[in-house]
Design a binder for this molecule. Structure first.
Ligand code: ATP
Length: 252
């Protein structure tokens, strides 16, 4: 069975500075993959290229059976993209926002209404569905954007820092929704600086630095790569990304 996402040789430079450097990894169906790395490692650039928002310089991106660089529109239909700085239309109510986004995707009105109701209830926004987004707290806005990202029933969820700024209750709702999507067979790739989240939720973890994949695997596999059995992901992460020598050794 093909992977949900396959990236190979992916590269991007900004004005001569290499942000993503021949990056390759796969996310399987029904898998949650955490893409971790220090600030500036190239995570957001990678996700933006996969989502078709940014043109890659080189490399291959396959989303299920679609060549995303050759057919970005077909790939986008399969993808949910939650950016780290989401944009909402403040004057719309939550319900109107979801109707609007569903319309952009060409989802028929009946399915859109059913999806919107399901998502708003799951995210605890049902009672606020007729409130304008401008009245929402940051966490409520983030949840509304997540609902919008899922309205067209995508199969690959790409979530850039989905839990930043959420309180414990909101964070739990979002995590439950992500888990539910995985159990339904979706693939998820998420970035986070909250390493406990990756440790607890991800099936596999990829650590990148300077645009390159250093290591990849389950927590156990990463621990043995770092020679630190039983240590937390935070310890392993800090150890592997501390120095160029450690990074070199890890990726060898
Ligand atoms: P963070 O964890 O801080 O969000 P990141 O891993 O998501 O970081 P990116 O935002 O992908 O990293 O940035 C990778 C590199 O590319 C950084 O050196 C950054 O300064 C650079 N970069 C990103 N976007 C641009 C841009 N639009 N123009 C120029 N350089 C950019």
């Amino acid at each position: 069975m093909s992977a949900a996402l396959r990236v190979a040789g992916l590269s991007k430079s900004y004005g001569g500075k290499q942000a993503v450097d021949r990056l390759g990894f796969e996310v399987r169906r029904g898998e949650m993959y955490a893409l971790l790395g220090p600030n500036g490692a190239g995570k957001t650039t990678t996700l933006r290229m996969i989502s078709g928002l940014l043109a890659a310089d080189a490399g291959e991106i396959r989303v299920f059976d679609v060549d995303a660089r050759a057919d970005p529109i077909a790939a986008k239909q399969l993808i949910a993209w939650l950016p780290d700085e989401p944009l909402l239309y403040d004057k719309l109510t939550a319900w109107e926002y979801l109707e609007f986004v569903a319309g952009l995707w060409g989802v028929d009105a009946k399915s859109a209404a059913a999806q919107a109701e399901d998502l708003l209830k799951l995210l605890g926004l049902w009672d606020n569905r007729n409130d304008r987004c401008e009245s929402f707290s940051r966490g409520m806005k983030q949840k509304a954007v997540l609902a919008g990202a899922l309205i067209h029933d995508p199969k690959l969820l790409m979530l850039d820092e989905p839990l930043t700024g959420l309180d414990a209750a909101a964070s739990r709702l979002v995590k439950d929704l992500i888990r539910r999507k995985v159990s339904e067979g979706c693939a998820v790739i998420l970035t986070t600086h909250i390493l406990e989240v990756a440790e607890r939720m991800a099936d596999r973890i990829g650590i990148i630095k300077d645009g390159r994949l250093l290591v990849e695997g389950s927590l156990g596999e990463l621990q043995s790569r770092a020679g630190s059995a039983g240590q937390s992901l935070e310890d392993v992460f800090l150890q592997l990304t501390a120095t160029p020598e450690a990074a070199e050794k890890a990726s060898a």
